[in-house]
Ligand binder design. Structure first.
Ligand code: IMP
Ligand code: MG
Length: 422
């Protein structure tokens, strides 16, 4: 496997966790380069369900080194908890996890500010995961953030923290929110810092040494293309670059060392949180929810669902430079008689082939659909493309063609084995 960037090519929750888990078999190092514990990557192995938030999904395979890069924002208490949780499952995390010393910290005031801003927005809320991600990246951009390297220096950290808490308490007070206790945060963060200390390193240097030794690296994207701070449906986005470029800036690995980009798309569309989803369809959502599918891994929220959006898919292929496509959740459509695919948008009498930049305009776009016959039978047991019902095979091929990328993986169930590799 060459150095591969894996990106979500829709609105997140494309089933990246499972595909990463499958690809990790052929990688040496797995890297997270953006986002924080707003992510929820679900991996089901031998009947056990693991939900990873900050640690790359590669941790579930023995002998793989997992790196949390400089572009990730880390809630140290959540990360320490995730490490403990994995250890309880018997997963070894001693020599195979590295955390960038340059990664920014998510602080308790970020979480409260995230909540308060959402509350104040009322109907215009973003529907964030309330994990403090936006305010943490805000502090990073404003050059007032605290980083992992600060946490590794307790005296310095406490001093910086005191000033940050004082500043943020005055903001919280003005918002009518309770103040945060410096003493409690200082104690709990330093305790988490001690747990994380063995893993903290200059991950840029580690990754470059790994490249020199010919190691193969898998960059694990979190969230999805249309949640990208630059290219997504702003302001209904997350606060990081979820597209392929984020893998470079968020890890310190230069663009010319990246060999391929693999995009992950569901066979339909889902979105959790607010913001435009042009192909949203209540009937499809009801059916998927009845099947027990499409509930958020982080917040448990029922995801909004819609038909496959080929306009968005083509745009995602372009921005990310997607060479290969993994189509997931094909089995979610096993019981649909007629499947719609959006091939263009209609806005004010005009036909659009590209999503408009403005979220309100995108919200007003009417999808132009083509219909595909369903297959009305289970696809779970297919292990080769030829074992899929003809209609399912045609559907997967057609949507990859519309997306403009080569189909290389089809997922027909959550287990590692329920995968067709082409
Ligand atoms: P935030 O990242 O918590 O600020 O949330 C911003 C938007 O991104 C909201 O619509 C969230 O629901 C969405 N979001 C954040 N992380 C994920 C994810 O891992 N999967 C799907 N949606 C996400
Ligand atoms: Mg998820």
């Amino acid at each position: 496997m060459a150095n591969t960037i894996l990106v979500g090519a829709q609105w997140g929750d494309e089933g990246k966790g499972k595909i990463i888990d499958v690809l990790t078999a052929n990688a040496d190092v797995v890297v997270r380069s953006q986002g924080g514990n707003n992510a929820g990557h679900t991996v089901i192995h031998r009947g056990t369900k693991y939900i990873l938030h900050l640690i790359p999904s590669g941790i579930l395979r023995r002998g793989k080194v997992c790196v949390i890069g400089n572009g990730v924002v880390i809630d140290p208490i959540a990360l320490a908890g995730e490490i403990d949780g994995l250890r309880k499952f018997g997963i070894k995390i001693d020599r195979n996890l590295l955390i960038s010393d340059c990664a920014h910290l998510v602080m308790p005031y970020h979480r409260v500010l995230d909540e308060q801003r959402e509350l104040r927005k009322g109907h215009a809320k973003i529907g964030t995961t309330k994990r403090g991600i936006g305010p943490a990246y805000g502090d990073k951009a404003a050059r007032t953030g605290l980083r992992m390297s600060d946490l590794m220096q307790p005296v310095l950290f406490s001093k910086k923290l005191e000033a940050k808490i004082r500043e943020n308490n005055s903001i919280l007070q003005a918002l009518g929110a309770p103040a945060i206790s410096y003493r409690e945060v200082n104690e709990s963060y330093l305790a988490a810092g001690r747990k994380l200390q063995p893993f903290v390193a200059n991950t840029v240097v580690y990754l470059h040494r790994a490249l020199q030794r010919g190691k193969e690296i898998l960059f694990e994207g979190a969230q999805g293309t249309f949640l990208d701070i630059d290219h997504g449906t702003y302001p209904y986005v997350t606060s990081s670059n979820t597209t392929a470029g984020g893998a470079c800036t968020g890890s310190g690995v230069p663009p010319h060392r990246m060999d391929r980009v693999l995009g992950v798309m569901k066979a339909y569309a889902t979105r959790v949180g607010e913001g435009p989803l042009p192909t949203e369809d209540q009937g499809l959502a009801e059916m998927l929810h009845k099947m027990g599918r499409e509930f958020g891994a982080v917040t448990g929220r029922a995801r909004r669902c819609g038909w496959f959006d080929a306009v968005a898919a083509r745009y995602a292929t372009m921005i990310n430079g997607i060479d290969e496509l993994a189509i997931t959740n094909l089995d979610g459509l096993d019981q649909v008689d007629s499947i719609k695919v959006c091939v263009a948008y209609r806005l004010n009498g005009k036909r659009l082939q590209v999503p408009p930049c403005d979220a309100t305009q995108l919200d007003n776009c009417e999808p132009v659909y083509e219909e595909f016959p369903g297959w009305n039978q289970s696809t779970h047991s297919a292990r080769k493309l030829s074992q899929l019902p003809l209609a399912a095979r045609n559907y997967a091929k057609c949507i990859s063609k519309l997306a403009g990328a080569r189909l290389s993986i089809v997922s027909v169930g959550p287990e590692r084995g329920e995968t067709i590799i082409i």
